[in-house]
Design a protein around this ligand. Structure first.
Ligand SMILES: CC(C)(COP(=O)(O)OP(=O)(O)OC[C@H]1O[C@@H](n2cnc3c(N)ncnc32)[C@H](O)[C@@H]1OP(=O)(O)O)[C@@H](O)C(=O)NCCC(=O)NCCS
Length: 398
């Protein structure tokens, strides 16, 4: 094997980078899809590995801002587009590319890196911990009646066509994103790319429809397929954002009233979503799978820990990779700085990432040996301190 070169891609290499990534993942990129995504690519944040002229590895990041408990946002490198050619795997190329992407994130002053992973076994070694979870759920249309005492806001939801939808839903998204830990900013380019990608039919799905409420929106599409001579149709909820309980009930009620649909499926229903509570039969909503969502790697531990609020008024010394941090926090805010005092908790970087959004119990991490309480009696206190009021979740794929 010739010596590998690692560098940022040039603008004229966009097509080759897309092709290398598509080959690594085993998918096909349509030219339209590539044009649409081009405006999102921050090539100076990417690194490629070349064997001679051939691109054999890709890694990059988007510039994002991620919400943490309490509603503050952290500048975040949204790590993405990671692929190594099957001919070059397990030779340390990912390790080298990711190291450079992390250096770039640190040089930009972003305290946090985030990603969603294709497989569960890859990223913990690089300091990433699972901070949020995603569920695949389905709602049985025939059993999805609402409780009689729930006001479903008749007349409060209307369709908006895709040409007009984007600015309206972007405004609502802006109101929503700081209420949900784990959610990220979407730039104007991001919205344009999303809208363009949803305009046409794809893979058995219809184009999307947009439902709008004054305080929320839903984006859905219909999947049609033949099953032994019978047409089967499912409704897939691509996104549902509700800033109020009234918007949530009205949008879901509209979705369950779409006719000629067997099941409603979604991967966008947070674990704490009130949908089962407003249904007459809460079991109509079935969870097929719960899996890892966002993985976080705090680069600047103190900056990350001081950005969020905490469940109780308390304080601990946390040791991470030999450095100790005194964290004092409460529901109003936090302070965190390096100290030399004795540690109460010893954690690895990935465990701090897992704790950052308030959705994971410290004692669960301790059970998995990712974190240690120096005095076991503090476990309950630490759990209550880190747990947030709102389940972390993200409806933005990056
Ligand atoms: C995942 C992928 C990027 C790994 O690239 P790579 O260059 O082979 O990785 P490295 O050689 O740097 O591996 C680093 C370490 O991670 C381990 N590792 C790599 N991929 C792994 C996987 N899928 N599951 C578990 N461990 C993995 C390696 O064994 C190695 O461990 P070691 O240091 O103990 O030897 C590559 O297999 C790939 O492109 N897969 C398909 C696309 C994909 O899934 N991308 C990730 C998107 S989130």
């Amino acid at each position: 094997m010739a010596e590998l070169t690692i560098r940022a891609p040039r603008d004229d290499e966009a097509e080759a980078v897309f092709a290398a990534d598509a080959r690594g993942f085993g998918f096909h990129v349509e030219p339209d899809d590539m044009r649409r995504r081009l405006s999102l690519m921050e090539w100076e944040r990417f690194r490629i590995a070349l064997d001679g002229e051939e691109i054999v590895g890709v890694a990059g990041a988007y510039s994002l801002q991620m919400t943490v408990p309490g509603g503050a946002v952290l500048p975040t490198g949204g790590v993405t587009w990671i692929a190594v050619a099957p001919t070059h795997r397990r030779r340390g190329i990912l390790t080298e590319l990711l190291e450079l992407v992390h250096v770039d994130i640190a040089e930009r002053g972003e305290p946090l890196a985030a990603l969603s992973s294709s497989e569960g076994g890859i990223y913990e070694r690089f300091g990433y911990g699972i901070a949020s979870r995603v569920r695949s759920a389905r709602l049985d249309h025939s059993r999805a009646a609402f409780r009689r005492d729930v006001d479903v806001g008749a007349g409060s939801v209307r369709f908006v066509d895709d040409a007009n939808a984007q600015p309206l839903i972007a405004d609502i998204y802006e109101r929503y994103r700081t209420t949900r830990p784990g959610e990220v900013t979407r730039s104007a380019d991001w919205w344009r790319a999303l809208e363009g990608g949803r305009r046409g039919p794809a893979g058995g799905f219809s184009p999307v429809w947009y439902l709008l409420h004054a305080d929320g929106y839903a984006v859905y599409r219909i999947e049609s397929r033949w099953d032994n001579g019978h047409k089967k149709r499912a409704l897939d909820v691509v996104e549902l954002v509700a800033v109020t309980a009234a918007a949530h009930a009205a949008l879901w009620h509209t979705l369950v009233n779409v006719d000629l649909v067997g099941q409603i499926t979604s991967e966008m229903i947070p674990l704490d979503d009130p949908l089962p509570m407003v249904l007459a039969d809460p079991r109509a909503l079935r969870t097929d799978e719960i899996t890892d969502g966002t993985w976080l790697r705090p680069a600047d531990i103190a900056a990350c820990l001081r950005a969020r609020t905490y469940g109780t008024d308390d304080g601990f010394v946390i040791e991470v990779e030999g450095s100790r941090y005194r964290l004092e926090g409460s529901p109003a805010g936090a302070m965190c700085s390096k100290v030399r005092s004795r540690a109460d908790i010893v954690a690895d970087r990935a465990a701090v990432g897992a704790l950052l959004l308030g959705g994971i119990r410290a004692s669960h991490l301790a059970a998995g040996k990712r974190l240690e309480f120096r005095t076991p009696a503090i476990a309950g206190r630490v759990d209550r301190f880190f747990l947030g009021d709102v389940e972390p979740h993200s409806q933005t794929h990056f």
